[in-house]
Unconditional design. Structure first.
Length: 110
């Protein structure tokens, strides 16, 4: 799984013209709505590229949280598929650069 995340990060990093903000002095921090918009665009792009299951296309209503870890702020945008009991967490820099993705099962059964 770790290798998959690294490969996914490298692949996304190499894509040109994705419209995402890049780290730099001129880049403005995203607000919560912008973080969700960037995550939604990234999610759909990953689905189109076959790097994320197509079932995530219909999952909406993400939650975006600005998290500070080791002095660095990142947006974590989370999607939850209640039917499949899975979660998708997408990490972006404060300016919208895609960092990583994690897909996990919640462990709850109903």
């Amino acid at each position: 799984m770790k290798t998959l995340r690294i490969a996914l990060f490298i692949a996304i990093s190499l894509l040109a013209g994705t419209g995402f903000a890049h780290e730099g002095h001129d880049a403005e921090p995203l607000d919560q709505g912008q973080a969700i918009a960037v995550a939604t665009e990234t999610k759909m792009q990953l689905i189109e590229e076959g790097k994320l299951a197509s079932s995530w296309a219909t999952i909406e209503s993400p939650i975006a949280n600005l998290v500070r870890e080791e002095g660095i702020q990142n947006w974590i945008v989370s999607y939850s598929d209640a039917n499949a009991h899975t979660h998708l967490n997408m990490v972006f820099t404060i300016t919208g650069t895609f960092v990583s993705i994690a897909n996990s099962a919640s462990g709850h059964t109903h």
